[in-house]
Design a protein around this ligand. Sequence first.
Ligand code: PLP
Length: 437
Amino acid sequence: MTAEHDTELFERACRVIPGGVSSPVRAWGPVGGTPRFLRSASGAWVTDESGRRLVDLIGSWGPAILGHTHPEVVAAVREAAGRALSFGAPTAAEVDLAELICARVAPVEQVRFVSTGTEATMTAIRLARAATGRDLLVKFAGCYHGHSDSLLVAAGSGLATAGRPSSAGVPDAIAALTLVVPYNDVDALEALFAERGDQIAAVITEPAPANMGVIVPDAGFNAAIRRITAAHGALMIADEVLTGFRCSFTGEWGREQQAGESWVPDLFTFGKVVGGGMPLAALGGPRDLMELLAPVGPVYQAGTLSGNPLATAAGIATLSRVDEALMTTIDRVADSVTDSAHRALDAAGVPHRVQRVGSLFSIFFGESAGERPVRDFTDAQAQDLAAHKAFFHAVDDAGVLLPPSAFEAWFVSAAHDDQALEVIDRAMRAGAEAAAR
Ligand code: PLP
């Protein structure tokens, strides 16, 4: 239960901010109740405005992979802030961060920094259209790539939660340029390309979708996207805003390479971890494509705060700590949380399924999820939202902050230590009992 204080704050917020939140997924609409207003965070813990401490499994929706307010990240940001908040001119730190990304993700030769994942995917699409001279874009139902017009069609995340096919305010003429295919459906993708392949500029995909809950890509699915796009002269955009530097120390592309899958997208987008909690995202790819961007090429893209010095400082400090050892740590944390949840739900007889890619996971509730894997948006929408709602509130009461939607991943960090994991274990049992009622 949120405290009275939070309720008052929420009432004030709703008077001056639509729905009281700066981003819809922060509202507790899908689960009911008043969202917690957070005041501070450290390691695995957050403290709300009424002073209650909870173990956090939102993790700022991905960036907080080292845990909140990691001392060395905070020190890097403080040091950068002491020099300048923003220049609007090139900096050495941008070069350092770009070099770090290029060194880590081999197909990326150049990167362009932006402030949000939305800008990264929007720019990647513009680049793909310019490179191919084609207009159509293909996305998968339930994947979320930010809130630009072309991508708010059959999107996941907040739109999935609201059960809307698309956003109001997107002109039909723009939505008509985005073609939607069910996730994990190679036949549907092939059929679409057979019909309209010569008009398609790109396929954009979350290589491991995490905005309709976590969906495991079928073995060879990403490689099939690569094969089909290449055969028709279209580009493949791997949107690793969420999976980048989380599914492995490079991302989902790197994780699949290690597993022996060989596919290389034309463009990558990154965000979240790459900015270490500050507003920073990027798109990257081979030099010949990236140099279509202004000022070298004809594709315009710009940003007053792009490559901001505080954000690049946080990005460098974070990314340089994201290595194989850190991945082992967060994989173990994910093992512990998923084991706790699975054991508790099994013991309480609640049908469910844990789906996981690397350390990224979510839990689907309901008979259908209990019986077979959730493979696409249609499956994801069949989950038992009432069970999730009961689970969410009991877990919250037991001191663990979960994403307030059944369509979001749970985010763990390297700072989730034994003490935090014990609290989670108890909370999972309380949640399971509530979901069973
Ligand atoms: N792409 C993916 C895969 C995402 O998960 C998100 C955000 O959750 C975005 C793009 C948009 O990023 P941002 O919220 O920074 O605009």
